[in-house]
Structures are given as C-alpha cells and as structure tokens.
Design a protein around this ligand. Structure first.
Ligand code: AHR
Length: 662
C-alpha cells in the first residue's frame, strides 16, 4: 500500500518536473535587432521555384493531360494502350508510321472493326490511372478520318477500376480528311484509377491520332492547361522566380536527347517528343513509360511564371550532355546552333511581334513580351569543357542583349575540386550569377548557415539553385521529407537571407513527385491523381517567401550573428512596403528558449504584432495525403512592450515575428 502511494507520488513528481521542463526550464536569450542598420536590399527574386520534369512532374503531374502516349510516339507505340476485344471476328489494329512526312507526330493507328455491335476499340490507362472527379466536365479531343466507304462512330467511355462506366459520349468522324473532333461530358463518379475507352460503333476503318482528355477545371480554365491544385500551391508561395525546365533534363543523356525549346512551342500536334532522361536513370526506380510530350512547353512555362508573378528563368543546354551519362560535347566549331537557340529564346520572350520569334509568341496568344531578364547556360556542367563553351555563349548573348543576366553552373557539389575550379574561373570571367547546388545531410545545412558570411560582396551573385536536406543520402529512395530536414533547411536559409547582398535567389529541388511515379526523393510537393500536399519543406519555403521583406538588418545575440549558438539561428528584414520588421528565428535544439527581442533604431513599434510558429516535437514528422497539414504553421498575435517582444522559442521550431515600425 505504502509502496503504491510512494510510487504514485514519484510519478506525479516526474510529471510536474516534465511539465515545468517543457514550459519553464528555458534559457534566457536577448536578441537585438538593429532596425536602422540596413545591410543590403533583398532581391524581389530571392525565394523561387525550381521546376523539372522529374517524378512525373510535367506529363502525369502539373500538365493536366490524362491520356498517356496520346499520339503513339513512345518507342513502344502502344505503351499505355490496350486493344479491347481483338480477334478475327471483332477487328484489328495497325500502327502506321508516316516517318519524316509528319515530323514530330509520325504515327497514328488504323482501327478496322468487323463487329456491328460495337465492342472493338482501344483503352488508355493514363498516368498510373486517371484521376476523375464526380460532376466535373471533361474535354475529349481526337484527330480522325474515315476510310473510303466507312461510316463508324466512336463511343468514348470513362471507366472506373472495376470497368464500370463513369462518363460517356460519342464522336462521329466524317470524311477522308484528318479533322480534330472535340466533345465534352461530365463524370458521374470520383475515381483515382479510371481509364478511357474508345470503342467503335459499326463496321469500317478509321484512323486515329492525338487522343486527348483534359479536365475542364484546369488552372485559369485554359485548354491544354495545368492542374489547378498544383499551380495553386505554387501561386500560394508568391515565388520570386520560376526556373525551368530543370535540372539534368536540360542536358539529356546524349546531345540528341537534350532539351530543345524550339521543339516545345507551336501547335500541340506539331511539337517534338522525347524520352525523359529519368526514364531509366535509377535502376531501383525504373520508369520506362516516362516521356515528354511537350504539351507543357516553353510558352506555357513563361505563361505560368507570369500567372504566379515570378520572373522566368529558363536554363538552356550549353552544348554538353549529362556528364553522369555520356558526357558528350558538341565541338566548339559546331556550337553556333546552340548559341543561336539562346539568342532566339530571348527574341521569343522579349522581341516585338515583328521579329521572327516574337511573332511566334504572338501567334500563340501573347503579343506582349514576357520580359525575360535572366537565363541559365548549362545545368550541372563542369570542367574546362564547360568554361570554353560558356565563354562563347556569354560573348554572343552579352553582345546582343547586354542586360540579360546569365546564370552559370558551379557543378554538382558545393565544394571539392570541381566546385573550386569552376568558382575560380567563373569569378575571373565576372560571371553575373553562379548556381550552387547542395544535396546534403541535415547536419550540413546546420553547419553551413555561415557559408556566405565571408563571400566576396562585390563579385558574382549566388543562386542557391537546388537544395534539399537528404535524410539518408543523395537521392536515396529512403529519404523522407521530414521535419528534421525541413528545420535544418530553415536554419540554413537564415544564412541565405542574412547574406542577401551575395545570395539573390534560392530554390528547393526537386519540386513535384507523383506518389506512384517518382524517381527522386525528397521532393517539395507530393501528388497523386486526385490530391496534392506541401511537405514541411514546402511550408518552410513558403514562410520565407511570404516574409521576404525588402532590406536585411542585423539581428544579434551577445553582439554576434545568430548562426547556431545553442541551436539558434536568426535573420531579420525590413518590409518597407508594409512598414514592418520581420524576424525569423529557428530553434533547432531540443530545449525551449525564452527570447527577448529588443528592437533598436526605430521611433515606434506598434503594440500588436504577429507570430507564426512552424514546429513539431517529432523530428521524424511528415505530411501525407491523409494528414497534409501535420506540420504546418500556426499564427497568433503578440504584444510588443517598450519596443521589446518576448516569446518562447519552442524546441524544434521555426518562428516568424512581424511587427509594425515607424
Ligand atoms: O533535382 C534533381 C536533380 O539534381 C537535377 O536534375 C540535377 O540538376 C541535380 O543533380
């Protein structure tokens, strides 16, 4: 009995101690913000988006087309398709190839039906199925022609995973000439794994091509549009720039397979077609049905950037294929067409409608220029072969367009021989902007919050172009988008912000991953056919971007910048548009700290401010389709007394404080 009582008392004492521990056992930290000592402007471009067609990011991702291999151009022409009821008594199917005659879209299928009852046809499986929503409208289109004497109709059927119809319509091709037929219908049920059947009605022979199905509800309801939920997640970040189309995809495995922007514009059916270099890159994540239809092309990327208020940043191939793959280079004497592509792209984006390429932009629907200000030459290229080619590009671009800022590669890693060589050479060349990439462990991010404190303030600017903490190892399939990684990025980003004089742009990478079609993890936003969510890393990026401010000011702890003392990291900016001071403080430690923030150098600080806390006690916490906001910010209002803010900086937390100043 006594033993029991004692044990109860002991447990209660432990509980009280634990409670006191979490609420009160805090160390006291006094931060001083020198709000009148502006160190550098924060560039409007500072926090942006890196887009690459990796992990089904474009086809099967943000590009809302639901039909995979819509024009039968995959290396295996019927990949993604199956024939319904093939057999002597039903009908037959033949893939025709017009070769050069039809440029990019050389193939079509010839469907001969012998069955008057109508059950012969083809079925498309979509990208890991098609995500269909009950009541939504779907826009079907097809290029078709009837052969002499044939008079067939086509039943268009959306079916769920059980094969039950969840939406139907009919198309009747007329005549021997190719024509595009468009028809819309509504879905009667929600289904993540639908497929699309095209079933012949009657006997005869029809030729079919460019079979397409889009939801009507795309971003801005545009035909050939993008998934509205995914663009919304990007727009919500208010990004400073949009980098596209990669990534290694720019380089291609071979020069032949490099990304060529001119093949991605114009009429959809005339655009190029290319295997995606992530198709077979990772043996453990083979994605043999990964191709680029270029339905999402350079025009659409520019339009997307404009829609979400981001500066466009296209990256072009510099005459080198991926050095992890073939490492092919184009001889210097043959580099002209590559350089011309860069010059023509600037004309496409900015030229008047009288210019060759400006006219093409206008014909696509955008007579006003896209106002391109910067461009990347090369992705993760390295060695003297890169510098030689870059010099030729730079000379030609600067001669014609001296105001275009060029982004140059510093290779694959943020240190080591490759990096040192390139960094040295690029600075000798007076490079505008150097693109640094870091895929490292969370500890690296914590240790490197000071990375830019001693960088040359006068020389080239830095673009932290691709970064993500890797919980296991670079691109390991076991990596997780957990709070540990996101928190370490948040800590590191205080260093990017503090050094806005050097670092003018930053973006997490990669951006999207399809839950059933990814090759690389971690990724900022995960999607399936019906849903999407931002990871904790997304929440961190968004908090920085929404609290970008306009000018960096010092925030000091014991007269020193806050770069990891007791697990604390901090940076501060003024927001001149809102007349606010914005503080970001990351507590990467397992202890709470009591923080006093003394705001020096201003006349007044309004008594009410806001405090946004992003935290989780569990460093392994992740967001998911089931719980998309497990790690998400919470906003409260706070009191300011005598120009002082007092807050508890909880363990494992990112904190954003905004106060009105004058
Ligand atoms: O973001 C994934 C890949 O990482 C990019 O394509 C490449 O630039 C880097 O190696």
């Amino acid at each position: 009995m006594i033993k029991n009582k004692l044990s109860k008392l002991y447990t209660t004492a432990l509980l009280i101690a634990a409670t006191i521990g979490s609420s009160y056992a805090q160390t006291n930290k006094v931060f001083t913000v020198k709000a009148n000592q502006v160190q550098a402007p924060v560039q409007p471009t500072m926090w942006g988006i890196f887009f690459e067609d990796i992990n089904l990011g474009a086809d099967g991702g943000i590009y809302a087309e639901l039909v995979k291999n819509r024009s039968f151009e995959f290396d295996t022409p019927m990949m993604g398709w199956k024939v319904l009821k093939q057999g002597e008594n039903n009908g037959s199917l033949l893939v025709h190839n017009r070769g050069e005659l039809n440029g990019a879209n050389s193939r079509f299928i010839r469907v001969s039906s012998k069955t008057p009852t109508g059950n012969f046809g083809v079925s498309n499986e979509g990208f890991r199925g098609m995500g269909i929503k009950k009541g939504d409208q779907y826009d079907f289109s097809i290029m078709a022609r009837q052969l002499e004497g044939s008079n067939m109709a086509l039943n268009i059927e959306l079916v769920n995973a059980k094969g039950e119809k969840i939406g139907t319509t009919t198309v009747t091709p007329v005549g021997k000439e190719w024509k595009t037929y468009k028809v819309s219908f509504n879905a009667t049920a929600t289904e993540p794994k639908a497929s699309l059947n095209i079933v012949t009605k009657g006997q005869g022979v029809v030729d079919l091509d460019m079979i397409s199905l889009f939801p009507k509800n795309t971003w801005k309801n545009r035909p050939n549009g993008m998934r509205a939920d995914l663009v919304q997640l990007l727009a919500d970040m208010k990004p400073g720039f949009l980098r596209f189309p990669g990534g290694c995809i720019v380089e291609g495995r071979t020069l032949e397979e490099r990304f060529q922007w001119k093949k991605t514009i114009g009429n959809i059916e005339d655009r190029g077609f290319l295997i995606n270099r992530w198709n077979t890159e990772f043996k453990h994540r083979l994605t043999t049905d990964y191709y680029q239809s270029f339905g999402l092309g350079f025009y659409e990327y520019f339009q997307l950037a404009e829609d979400i208020g981001a500066e466009p940043l296209p990256i072009l191939n510099c005459g080198m294929a991926c050095q992890f793959n073939t490492a092919e280079v184009v001889p210097l004497e043959n580099l002209d067409p590559y350089v011309q592509d860069a010059l023509d792209l600037i004309e496409f984006a900015n030229g008047s409608v009288e210019t060759t390429w400006g006219k093409k932009r206008a014909e696509m629907g955008h007579p006003a220029p896209f106002n391109l200000k910067m461009m990347g030459v090369g992705n993760e290229n390295w060695g003297p072969q890169y510098i030689e080619r870059l010099q030729i590009f730079t000379k030609a671009i600067k001669a014609k367009y001296p105001n275009i800022q060029l982004v140059n590669s510093s290779g694959t890693d943020p240190n080591g021989e490759r990096f040192d060589y390139l960094n040295g050479e690029l600075r000798k060349m007076n490079a505008d902007i150097i693109d640094e990439h870091y895929y490292r462990k969370p500890e690296w991010f914590l240790e490197n919050a000071k990375r830019y404190d001693n960088y040359d303030r006068k020389g080239a600017k830095v673009f932290a172009g691709e970064y993500a903490a890797q919980s296991v190892g670079i691109a390991s399939p076991d990596n997780k988008n957990n709070w540990r990684c996101a928190l370490s990025e948040a800590a590191f980003m205080t260093g990017l912000e503090r050094n806005a004089e050097v670092v003018t742009m930053a973006s997490y990478a990669p951006l999207f991953a399809h839950a059933e079609g990814w090759q690389w993890t971690p990724d900022m936003i995960w999607v399936n056919n019906l849903q999407s969510y931002g990871t904790p890393n997304y929440q961190v990026q968004k908090l920085y971007s929404l609290n970008k401010g306009t000018d960096v000011v010092p925030v000091l702890l014991n007269n020193q910048t806050v770069t990891g003392q007791d697990g604390l990291y901090a940076s501060a900016v003024l927001d001149r548009k809102a007349n606010e001071l914005v503080l970001k403080v990351v507590n990467a430690s397992d202890k709470a700290h009591n923080g006093d923030f003394v705001i020096d150098g201003v006349k007044n600080v309004q008594s009410k401010g806001t405090f946004t806390e992003l935290r989780n006690d569990n460093l392994e916490a992740v967001n998911s389709f089931e719980n998309p906001t497990a790690v998400s910010p919470v906003q409260k209002s706070i009191q300011v007394k005598n120009k002082k803010v007092n807050l508890t900086l909880k363990p494992y937390s990112m904190n954003v404080i905004r106060v009105k100043i004058s």
